[in-house]
Structure formats: structure tokens, C-alpha cells
Write a protein that binds this ligand. Structure first.
Ligand code: ADP
Ligand code: MG
Length: 358
């Protein structure tokens, strides 16, 4: 996609997407991630050919398939597979017939083989002769995926395909889908509003806000080198502090933070992920830590499963108290009022100059 802009109802002042450049390579899973209404589905529909390109161009394998006012290859000629949240199967066709549908270019025998092999990869071969209404939502979604993959599309387009499924089923289908996509070797563009799903599925993530891509990169790049406060917040809860840069550093109630490259006096937002706070109760801390101990203490602690969430009251040098959340792996449940020392893992702390818009 090159320089894509789109507005509905010819409303040229308000666009659903704009300035979008995006590439998906062979065999790569790219996730379009972002809050509801940010333009993910619109982009997917433009790639599919369900919307005409209004500005910019869409190219598939070096061939322009959509260009504003010039070219529009219809969806069925693009060799793309589509799977949506509610993928309707043909109710009067069996599971096998649903998947075979769209394979008319193959000889009858191969059609059936191809369909059965995909059903097998998605754990649905036992249901080949069943009809869609006898299947659960998750099973129907598996069949819909097999049907979309059957014609060997060069690109799979998936729009929140797992969002109507409950959590445990969803994890299993995601996993199976990831492996099938990688086996088949098609490129895939997957829409989701769920950051964990994007990190699970994606080779690269394009995070969107209000019609634009804010950052694109590997999950690790977005999580560990976010280019905007929005990116940090989108991947989970974060403690936000404010401060002022002095000699390349910012002083916060939980210690000094590197702010190299920012001028003295710059007002900054310091974003501290809960896992960046290393909490030690004072009886565990080595004696040397006690010297610069700030007398922070525990307000509350809760076990969330794999991690514990510790609510802490951090005392700054100036006497200010700041309520922060720390996430500690495993079971770590200090008592209310327990004095603690705090260390920072600076790889999960981000500093941004404060701008009016953020
Ligand atoms: P997402 O998939 O990220 O939730 P969409 O692409 O569906 O976002 O929508 C992007 C914007 O375009 C939203 O503001 C939405 O209200 C608007 N929009 C989407 N589809 C239509 C439509 N058919 N007609 C008018 N506006 C639309
Ligand atoms: Mg959508």
C-alpha cells in the first residue's frame, strides 16, 4: 500500500485512513493493531478490493491492483483469502463441500485432497461430513479459515477472526492458525485490537491511531523502543510521572532516569512499566541498599496468576508521595505498610517530552 487515504461518503475533510504506507512480504504475518474505529477494517477492505482506492495505490506481487481513478481489480481476481469475525459458511453444504467451494480450477480428486489436508491441519477432519449448524463457533471459524486458505491465496486477510470466541478456545485457534499460515507460506494481514494477540501472531505490527500508522516494527521494537506515549500505553498499564530534564537526567520518586538528548529544562513524561519496578522488602535488601532507601512502602498486594501486582507508595526526595503499580513475577505478597526499596529496570522506562497533544 502506498500513500493510502480513504474517506466514506466523499467527505474529504474527515478521512477514515490517511498517509498509510505498508508492505507485507511473502510468508510474513503483519498485524494491524489499534483501538476500535482507527481504520483497520477500512485498510483491509481496500487491500481486498471491497473498497476502491481513492488515493494512492495497492500492489500485489508487483502488479498494481488498485489505483485511484485508474485501476480496480475486483476482489475475486486478486488471489487473496478472506476471513472475518463472523465468517458465514454455506449452511446447505457440508464442511468438506464448503472448503472445496472455490477450488473449481483443480481436478475433482485433488480438490478433495487439498480440502481434507487443510481440515486436518486445523483439527477438523472428523467433521468433514457434518453441516455448519452442528458445529460450535470455534469449529465454524476453523472451517472458514480452511475455506479461505484452500485456493492457496498469496495473501490472507483476517479481520478479528478470533474475537467472538471465548478465551481458552481462542488461544488454541490462534496457535493453530499461526502454524497453518506459516506452513502454507502465504503472507497475512491480520486485524486485531488486542495487543497480546498481535504480539502472539505477528512478525511485524503496524499500530494505528485515528487513521494513521503510529509505529511499525517487530513486536519487540514496539514494546521495547516505542516512538510515542500512545504506543507505550497501548501495550498495557504504565505508571506515568512528570519531571524536568537536568544534565541529561530526570529525577523521579523512584530514582534517576536517563534523558540524554533532551535539553535542560524540558518538561517530560516518564513512563514506567509496572515490571520495571524491582521491589524488595527491606529485610531482603542487602545492607548497602538501606543507605539510599527512600522509605517507600506497600499499600496492597494481589496475586494475579503468573505475576503479583504490588501497589506502592513511593516517597520522593522532596517528600511527595506517588502511588505506583509494580508487577513482580510469581507469588510476592508483602504486607500492607511493609517498607521497601525500589530499583528501576531502565529498559522498561521511557521518557518523552510533554507536548500539548499527548
Ligand atoms: P476499525 O476496523 O479500526 O474499528 P474502521 O475501519 O471500521 O475501524 O472505521 C474507521 C472509521 O471509518 C470510523 O470512524 C468508522 O466510523 C468509519 N466507517 C467505517 N465504515 C464506514 C462506512 N461504511 N460508512 C461511513 N463510515 C464508516
Ligand atoms: Mg474493524
Amino acid at each position: 500500500m502506498r500513500n493510502i487515504r480513504h474517506s466514506y461518503d466523499g467527505d474529504s475533510d474527515h478521512s477514515a485512513v490517511e498517509h498509510v504506507d505498508l508492505e507485507v512480504y511473502q510468508g510474513e504475518v503483519v498485524c494491524l493493531l489499534g483501538p476500535s474505529g482507527c481504520g483497520k477494517t477500512t485498510l483491509l477492505r481496500i487491500v481486498a478490493g471491497l473498497e476502491r482506492v481513492q488515493q494512492g495505490s495497492v500492489t500485489l506481487n508487483g502488479k498494481v491492483v488498485g489505483q485511484a481513478g485508474m485501476r480496480h481489480l475486483p476482489p475475486e481476481k486478486r488471489n487473496v483469502g478472506l476471513a472475518f469475525q463472523e465468517s458465514a459458511l454455506f449452511p446447505h453444504l457440508s464442511v468438506l463441500e464448503n472448503v472445496v467451494f472455490g477450488l473449481e480450477s483443480l481436478p475433482a480428486r485433488e480438490r478433495k485432497q487439498r480440502a481434507m489436508s487443510l481440515l486436518e491441519q486445523l483439527g477438523m477432519e472428523r467433521f468433514a461430513q457434518e453441516y455448519p449448524h452442528t458445529l460450535s463457533g470455534g469449529q465454524q471459524q476453523r472451517v472458514a479459515l480452511a475455506r479461505a486458505l484452500a485456493p492457496s491465496p498469496q495473501l490472507m486477510l483476517l479481520d478479528e477472526p478470533f474475537s467472538s470466541l471465548d478465551a481458552r478456545l481462542r488461544d488454541q485457534i490462534r496457535d493453530d492458525t499461526l502454524h497453518v499460515l506459516k506452513d502454507v507460506g502465504a503472507g497475512a494481514l491480520l486485524v486485531t485490537h488486542d495487543p497480546e494477540e498481535a504480539m502472539f501472531m505477528a512478525d511485524r505490527i503496524a499500530l494505528m491511531r485515528e487513521g494513521r500508522i503510529v509505529q511499525i516494527g517487530t513486536p519487540q521494537e514496539l514494546y521495547c523502543t516505542p516512538n510515542d506515549p500512545f504506543v507505550v500505553r497501548f501495550f498495557g498499564e504504565v505508571n506515568e510521572l512528570s519531571g524536568v530534564v537536568w544534565q541529561g537526567r530526570v529525577i523521579t520518586p523512584v530514582g534517576e532516569v536517563d534523558a540524554r538528548g533532551l535539553e535542560d529544562g524540558t518538561l517530560v513524561r516518564v513512563m514506567v512499566r509496572p515490571e520495571a519496578l524491582c521491589v524488595k522488602t527491606l529485610d531482603q535488601a542487602p545492607a548497602s541498599d538501606h543507605a539510599d532507601e527512600r522509605n517507600s512502602h506497600v499499600l496492597m498486594a494481589r496475586l494475579l496468576g503468573r505475576t503479583s501486582l504490588v501497589h506502592i507508595c513511593a516517597h520522593g526526595d522532596d517528600g511527595d508521595e506517588t502511588h505506583m503499580h509494580a508487577r513482580v513475577p510469581g507469588v510476592f505478597l508483602p504486607c500492607e505498610g511493609q517498607p521497601i526499596s525500589l530499583d528501576l529496570d531502565c529498559s522498561q522506562v521511557f521518557v518523552f517530552p510533554v507536548e500539548e497533544s499527548s
